[in-house]
Design a protein around this ligand. Sequence first.
Ligand code: DNO
Length: 349
Amino acid sequence: MKLTFRWFGEQDAIPLAHIAQIPGIGGVVTSLMDIPAGEVWAPERVKAMRDAVAGAGLSCEVIESVNVHESIKLGTSDRDRRIENYVATLRNLHEIGVKCVCYNFMPVLDWARSELYHTLPDGSDTMYFSREYFKTATPSQLAERYAEQCGGIALPGWEPERLRYINGTIERYKNISREQLRANAKYFLDAVIPYAERYDVKLAVHPDDPPFEIFGLHRLVNNAESIEKWLALNNSPYNGLTLCTGSLGCDASNDICEIIRHSADRIHFAHIRNLKLLPNGDFFETSHPTGCGSLNMPEIVRTLKESGFDGCIRPDHGRMIWGESGRPGYGLFDRALGLAYLNGLWEAI
Ligand code: DNO
């Protein structure tokens, strides 16, 4: 097991040198966020990324994310070309020694929250999800809200490229059933997995966040049953899962430890974070320790460890504390505390 930390590349306000000082750090999780989904990550760009990370004495352990182009998810005529590009990117990542790629298959949007900076009683800021807000909000209202709140910081999953087409793309998904979306996922996996095997790059699909429908968009990876179906779409061990406790944990009926036990040999990467679920189904993100949220962190880490998990773990979203500002969920301080906490749990177990 390696403990890792997400770094957003040269545009990240957090320097690699600071990440390298976190006790227990085993490498970074990174990506080239400026390359639009569906384009090839050129060898020079990928090598420059590796060299920057190596310059701080770290390694690129996991790539998060190589995003899947909408034409693949929608199953349109352009998909084969986009799949070829995906394969070329996997090959280039293999060349720099990457062994795991995280991605998701969520239609149009990646994660979503109603508030990016919700102030908690202790004065820290965190992300909040209000069910009520999503009953009436439109995707463009949400995108505008993010743009206002974030002051130009690129959010993963809310890249300007994606936002330009948001309404039109959502419309196109209205004609697609959940089963059709799953069939499109199978087409993608069957095309890409043989190359993932050849290049020894494990694919780890990220669960849908939140794990229930928003804006009427289907979910394919949101509970034990759908995860089992996803893994059965292609039985290669290279078709695996990112266990994200924060995403799966927003649905109180998800038993995360049971999901770990059931899919243990297919979990290639883990995001471990905590959140507070409220009785009305709203939730907000908390610091990592068990007492701060609704998830039983030692049980989750114990189950992972006992199931033989040997991949990378990263702390996930934290709060903004000690006056830090920046990309919501991705400050240095609270995530570094999260990493130290996870390290302690692992050692103790
Ligand atoms: C949010 C992240 C997601 C995640 C993607 C993986 O902060 O957990 O953006 O990186 O869904 O493809």
